[in-house]
Design a protein around this ligand. Structure first.
Ligand SMILES: Nc1ncnc2c1ncn2[C@@H]1O[C@H](COP(=O)(O)OP(=O)(O)OP(=O)(O)O)[C@@H](O)[C@H]1O
Length: 235
């Protein structure tokens, strides 16, 4: 293994997060999280409601900063970066899928998948469209690429959201209950897609779920309870 591929995709050391809930009162939500995610690892995150899973994902996704501790993403120490550098690192390294797809419903499926590429330098429109169409084909939506996203079913919309998350071929995919709003069949399909991309491209995945059956199909399961990682189970 060369030194680049042996660098973890994510490494958190003693990460704490407190929120101001009315000056000068602070509530600490994450209490010193240590977590490493290697290239190609597919890790489920479970835990009770309110335990801090989304807060953790927002920090790993560089959407929010830790109050203290260190967080490196693909070897770059995020706490040393300014907001513009964080945005660049996020855009090139991390894809997101949420419980609600957050697509722009008036735009077509292919336009939605092109969006992350539009924000990055160096893509020609034709190249973006071809890549987006290829991704939609790979998630089984070749026939729907020019359909407005708002006219697709819930499962189809979530598959568009997966294709959009993969548009920049991210090293890391953060999925916050991506199947939580879907029927069992669509949930299975979306999970299988994430698993397939993980295996084919070595994309590391943090997959927050309340679904114990899907969690057993991941490489690894961690549990967040009261802002601490408690379980470290290999499934
Ligand atoms: N911006 C904020 N300001 C204050 N408190 C916050 C903020 N964001 C989250 N919290 C609090 O942090 C705690 C953890 O919330 P979080 O959303 O991370 O939990 P979760 O484990 O993802 O829950 P769920 O499974 O219900 O989605 C909650 O008590 C929540 O109210």
């Amino acid at each position: 293994m060369d030194s680049k591929s042996s660098t973890p995709v994510v490494a958190l050391r003693q990460v704490r997060k407190a929120f101001n809930v009315g000056t000068p009162i602070e509530t600490e939500i994450l209490h010193g999280i240590d977590l490493t995610l290697e290239r190609g690892e597919f890790c489920a995150v479970m835990g009770p409601s309110g335990s801090g899973k989304s807060t953790l994902l927002n920090i790993v996704g560089l959407l929010d900063r830790p109050t203290s501790g260190s967080l490196s993403v693909t070897g770059q120490e995020s706490t040393e970066l300014d907001d513009a550098a964080l945005t660049r690192l996020r855009g090139h390294t991390i894809g997101f899928v949420f419980q609600y797809h957050h697509l722009l419903s008036a735009f077509t499926a292919v336009e939605n998948v092109m969006m992350p590429m539009m924000g990055a330098a160096g893509f020609q429109t034709r190249e973006m469209r071809e890549r987006a169409a290829g991704l939609l084909e790979s998630v089984g939506l070749a026939k729907w690429i020019d359909q407005p996203a708002g006219r697709l079913s819930g499962g189809q919309q979530q598959r568009v959201a997966v294709a959009r998350a993969l548009a920049m071929n991210p090293a890391l995919l953060l999925a916050d209950e991506p199947t939580g709003n879907l029927d069992t069949k669509s949930a299975d399909e979306v999970f299988d897609l994430l698993r397939r991309f993980n295996r084919e491209h070595g994309t590391a995945v943090l997959f927050v779920t309340h679904n114990a059956e899907l969690a057993t199909r991941c490489d690894r399961l961690i549990e967040v309870v009261d802002g601490r990682v408690t379980g470290r189970t290999t499934v």
